[in-house]
Design a protein around this ligand. Structure first.
Ligand code: CP
Length: 301
């Protein structure tokens, strides 16, 4: 079976660090020809702006050509074609498949059917490993290290897949965690059990204002409306946090605000010009990191 990237656990610490090194090379040399003649399939069964466009840009910047869809309404899935058949067909056409799907586990299933590597571009509330690698790259870029980072993860820790992937990756690097969420959106037990087994301690709070002073990284997240089965439950928590410049007066000088984006109301737009804001640079880093991931999985780096 070809090497796929479905969960951050598919990579060792050494592989993670290698991909971050390759991403740095890609940032220095963002136009390459190593994938001339290769075809990358981009299959998005769920909406995306950054992940899809940065993966497609990354493939183009490496010299590959891109096929795929951003909307299943134009595909034979609407006629009842199964995921299994779709993946079997596309893996005959392409050298690598990038796939986002609302169903947790769908990319893993696809990787078991596909004859070419599959990259999970986000599956339900489960995993988003390429986002995690770009988050790590951005942490390294802004803090100069990955070890012993004090990170405060804020918002929807229940449904936010970027949080779930990132905390697992950071477990390699002795992190100091604070999890800031309302009761309804607290981190699920399975992730706390994971940290307990690794001997990694964490604080839980619902108070953003009172919890940001120690952070090196403030990792804001959106409340994931699309994962709520009851719209009333979403209404109760949708505006639970709204970061503004006044709250940042107590932040450490090195503290950077990251957000996987899109944001809704959790970061006031007036924060965008603040010295602590780094989420747009973080999104740009996604392009270099995704160049590195594609190159690595295809055996070129
Ligand atoms: N961060 C992220 O996954 O953004 P998109 O949903 O726009 O791809």
């Amino acid at each position: 079976m070809p090497k796929s990237l479905i969960s951050i656990h598919d990579l060792t610490k050494k592989e993670i660090l290698h991909i971050l090194d390759v991403a740095k090379e890609c940032e220095k040399q963002p136009v390459q020809t190593i994938l001339n003649g290769k075809i990358i399939a981009s299959l998005f069964f769920e909406p995306s702006t950054r992940t899809r466009l940065s993966f497609e840009t990354a493939a183009n910047r490496l010299g590959a050509k891109v096929i795929g869809f951003a909307d299943i309404s134009n595909t034979s899935i609407t006629k009842g074609e199964t995921l299994k058949d779709t993946i079997k067909i596309v893996s005959n056409y392409a050298d690598l498949i990038i796939m986002r799907h609302p169903l947790e586990g769908a990319p893993r299933y696809a990787s078991e059917i596909s004859s070419v590597p599959v990259i999970n571009a986000g599956d339900g509330a489960n995993q988003h490993p390429s986002q995690t690698l770009l988050d790590l790259y951005t942490i390294l870029q802004t803090q100069g290290r990955l070890e012993n980072i004090n990170i405060n993860m804020v918002g929807d820790l229940k449904y936010g897949r970027t949080v779930h992937s990132l905390l697992q990756a950071l477990s390699h690097f002795s992190p100091i965690f604070t999890f800031t969420a309302p009761e309804e959106l607290r981190l699920p037990e399975e992730y706390k059990n994971f940290l307990d087994k690794k001997g990694i301690t964490y604080k839980e709070t619902s108070d953003l204002d009172g919890s940001l002073a120690d952070a090196d990284i403030l990792y804001m997240t959106r409340v994931q409306q699309e994962r709520f089965s009851d719209p009333m439950e979403y209404e109760k928590v949708k505006n639970v946090y709204s970061l503004d410049c006044q709250m940042l007066e107590k932040a450490k000088p090195n503290m950077k605000i990251l957000h996987p984006l899109p944001r809704v109301n959790e970061i006031n737009p007036n924060v965008d010009e603040n010295e602590h804001a780094y989420y747009f640079q973080q999104a740009k880093n996604g392009m270099f990191v995704r160049m590195a991931i594609i190159s690595y999985l295809l055996g070129f780096k």
